[in-house]
Every structure is written in structure tokens, then in C-alpha cells.
Design a protein around this ligand. Structure first.
Ligand code: IZC
Ligand code: ZN
Length: 423
């Protein structure tokens, strides 16, 4: 006897074969028309067609005729825990002041650092919880959360502890990344190497308290150079962490190549990745995490070369980059729209990029991002007739209901339950 059996007009079943999908594989997406998914004890217990499910019995049966069912989405790059907000910077942006100039003047990331230092752990927890709930309503059931708004030991640990507590108390699975190397704080101005040493000295306590799995760095003009980033990440790797990098987001410094050379789990942004960087991505296991929402919000016309990356054989994932400065949005569906319009990715590539590949980008490919018997029953029911519809109809939330580990966590059992979009 199953706990729940859900019938839907179409089911998205990304392959989860033990690694991320790369190159031309990304354009293949298994879908089951008129399918069914069974849940037992919080795990996927059945995936197949309506006919194959005919004899199955369940305590609860949901007939979602006209709707799409998919795995819970995975958002692999967010700056979830922060104090304050930066709406005052929008006017500066409109006047043409560049992102890195705002940072150089002590604003941007440093403005959020001041606010985060001033916010209590409890208040940070409540604020992040608010955003986390919103992410869930957009269909995300697993996501990454970075620190990086402390830039001192006390506040970095405060952020990481908030993420840990959220992971323990919220249905979302949160994967934690230490981004102490996010900017150079005022008291270390002109002494980036000394600051990086200070952040490295935190790794033992982070490791001991289980506060992060990954270490990340912002490799950018005026922040950390490629060589500083390489040394820093290599030390983090030696200390047992998986490593990630904010690379070639604004200026093309060559962080993409370095990420491939040191075996980073992911290299993120990559807007300015060189031809050589793109070629190397195609030959390495480093996953390219693209964040078109950030490029859009920074008002740039040039987006990451996703097509070249996929042609070179790279594995591409997509993410919101949710943060209070360069990408204030929890809406991963809008990122799917931008991936279609600005990165020219196909609907199949986009679905693989927000499920299986995003899961591998944060070390969760074995439990999330696919619909395979035995995996976590993380599911999204969509008010759309087919998978191509989500990247197409933009700016709204298409989610009807979300299940995490088999439990309904967003949407209501009766919300739009009988509503189907007529074709
Ligand atoms: O707060 O501006 N790029 N870090 C690197 C960010 C964007 C987040 C922010
Ligand atoms: Zn980021």
C-alpha cells in the first residue's frame, strides 16, 4: 500500500545516472505522458505510466489531469542568509554606477556586511526563513546557502549557524558553503593575503561543527585575483572541503580555467569565460553554474556563453544567485525563462539544469534532482500542460503543490485542484 499516488498528464524524469549530464546529453529529457508517481515512507516507490499503475493501491490518490509533475527543483547558488536590503542602490545603478564601483566605495556587499553584523542570529534566522519559504513555493526543495556577509569570524559563524539551524528546522534541504572570501573588509584594505589567512584559520572550526561542505571565493577585479583564489581554494581542498568559485562574473580574469585545473565542483557565473575556459569546462567534471538573473539585473547585454559550453561538452546548471544586491529574486522559474531567452537553452536543457545537474553541483546528485525509485519524494505539481510551458510563460509562479520527502509542504491540497489549462 502506497502512501500517495499522483497521476499527471506529463511527468518529467531527468536521468540520474551517477553524474551530471553534459554536452548533447543535456538535450535529452525523459518524459512520461499520462504517468504516475507513487510515494512510500517519504521515498519514490513507483514511476511509470497510468496503465502500469492501474493495480496500485494508495491511502491518498491525486488525479492531476492536465498538469505536469516534476522532481523538486534544486537551486545550487544562493546567498540566503543576510541582514538588510539594498534597494537604495537601484538608483545608483540607474545612473550607471557599476556594481564593482559601488563595492569599491564601501557599498554593495560591504553594505550587506554592515547590516548582517548588526542583525542578531535570531533575526537573521527569521529573515532567511521568510525567503526560504518563498523559494519552496516556487518549487525548490534543495538549495545551497553561502555565508560571506560577515567577513569576520564571529559573523561568518553566525551566518553558517543560521543555515545549519534552517536545514534542521525547515523542510528544505540546505547545503552550506563558506564564502568568507567574498570581499575585503575595511580593516584589511590593501592586505588581501592577510585576510585570506584569517578566513583559512576558520576552516577547522567549520569542519568540526559541520557548518559547511563547500568553500567559495569571489575571484574578481578589486576583490581576489586568480592566483590568490587558486592558493585559497587549494588549501580549502586539502582541509577536506569541496570547492566552488565565483569566476569571470564581471571581468574576464581566467577563473574558469583555474576552476577546471584545481577540480572545483562548480564554477559559477562565467559570463566572461574565455574560449580556452569553455574548452576546459568541456573536458573537466567542473559544473558550470550559470546565473542569468544576475546578468539581467546588472543590466548587461552579454550573457554567459551557454551554447558554446554545451557544444564543448560541459555540464551546465542554473541558479537564481538569490542575494540582496545583484539578484534579489527567489523565483527560479524566471531564471528558466531567462535561460531560454538569453542563454538560448532548450526546454530539455533547462529542466536538466535545474534538477539533476544542479543537484550534482552541490553534491546531492544521489538523493535529489531526479525521479528514481528510492530517492527522496521531492515533487512539484505544476499548473501547466507540459514541460515546455514553464520556460515559455514568464514572470508568474506556475506551482500548484510541492512535496518534500513525501509531505505536502507548499500549495494546498485543494488549491486549483480541479483547474486545468485548456489547450
Ligand atoms: O551581495 O552583491 N556577486 N557576490 C558576488 C554577490 C554578487 C552578492 C552581493
Ligand atoms: Zn553568488
Amino acid at each position: 500500500m502506497l502512501d500517495t499516488l499522483i497521476f499527471a498528464s506529463q511527468i518529467v524524469v531527468p536521468a540520474g545516472e551517477g553524474r551530471a549530464l553534459r554536452g548533447a546529453e543535456m538535450n535529452k529529457l525523459k518524459v512520461i505522458d499520462n504517468g504516475a508517481v507513487g510515494i512510500k515512507d517519504g521515498k519514490i516507490a513507483f514511476v511509470g505510466t497510468r496503465e502500469e499503475a492501474a493495480d496500485l493501491k494508495a491511502n491518498e490518490t491525486i488525479d492531476a489531469e492536465g498538469k505536469l509533475l516534476s522532481p523538486g527543483l534544486v537551486d545550487p547558488h544562493t546567498h540566503l542568509v543576510f541582514g538588510g536590503s539594498r534597494e537604495h542602490e537601484l538608483a545608483l545603478k540607474q545612473q550607471g554606477v557599476p556594481y564593482l564601483e559601488i563595492l569599491a566605495q564601501g557599498g554593495g556587499i560591504l553594505s550587506t556586511v554592515r547590516a548582517t553584523r548588526e542583525t542578531t542570529e535570531d533575526a537573521l534566522f527569521e529573515k532567511a526563513m521568510f525567503h526560504l519559504n518563498r523559494c519552496l513555493t516556487y518549487g525548490v526543495t534543495t538549495m545551497e546557502a553561502k555565508s560571506g556577509y560577515g567577513l569576520d569570524k564571529e559573523t561568518e559563524l553566525k551566518q553558517l549557524r543560521v543555515a545549519k539551524k534552517l536545514n534542521e528546522s525547515h523542510p528544505m534541504d540546505l547545503v552550506s558553503t563558506f564564502l568568507g572570501a567574498h570581499a575585503i573588509p575595511e580593516n584589511y584594505k590593501g592586505r588581501p593575503d592577510a585576510f585570506l589567512e584569517e578566513m583559512l584559520s576558520m576552516l577547522s572550526v567549520i569542519s568540526k561543527e559541520g557548518l559547511a561542505e563547500f568553500v567559495d571565493i569571489f575571484c574578481e577585479t578589486g576583490v581576489f585575483s586568480v592566483e590568490q583564489s587558486r592558493t585559497f581554494l587549494q588549501k580549502a581542498k586539502t582541509a577536506g572541503f569541496g570547492v566552488k568559485i565565483h569566476a569571470d562574473e564581471i571581468d574576464p580574469l581566467g577563473g574558469t580555467e583555474m576552476a577546471c585545473e584545481i577540480g572545483a565542483v562548480s564554477a559559477d557565473h562565467l559570463v566572461g569565460a574565455s574560449k580556452e575556459g569553455v574548452r576546459m569546462l568541456g573536458e573537466s567534471d567542473t559544473i558550470a553554474v550559470l546565473l542569468p538573473g544576475t546578468t539581467f539585473y546588472l543590466g548587461k547585454d552579454h550573457f554567459a556563453p551557454a551554447r558554446e559550453m554545451i557544444s564543448s561538452g560541459a555540464a551546465v546548471a542554473l541558479s537564481t544567485d538569490f542575494n540582496p544586491g545583484s539578484s534579489p529574486t527567489e523565483n527560479i522559474q524566471f531564471i528558466m525563462n531567462l535561460a531560454a531567452l538569453k542563454l538560448k537553452m532548450t526546454p530539455e536543457e533547462i529542466w536538466n539544469a535545474v534538477t539533476v545537474n544542479a543537484a550534482y553541483a552541490i553534491g546531492r546528485g544521489d538523493v535529489a534532482g531526479s525521479l528514481i525509485k528510492g530517492r527522496n519524494a521531492d515533487l512539484v505539481l505544476w499548473d501547466v500542460p507540459n514541460y515546455k510551458y514553464v520556460p515559455y510563460h514568464y514572470g508568474v509562479n506556475h506551482v500548484n503543490r510541492v512535496w518534500k520527502n513525501g509531505v505536502l509542504v507548499a500549495g494546498k491540497a485543494d488549491s486549483h485542484a480541479n483547474y486545468t489549462l485548456s489547450s
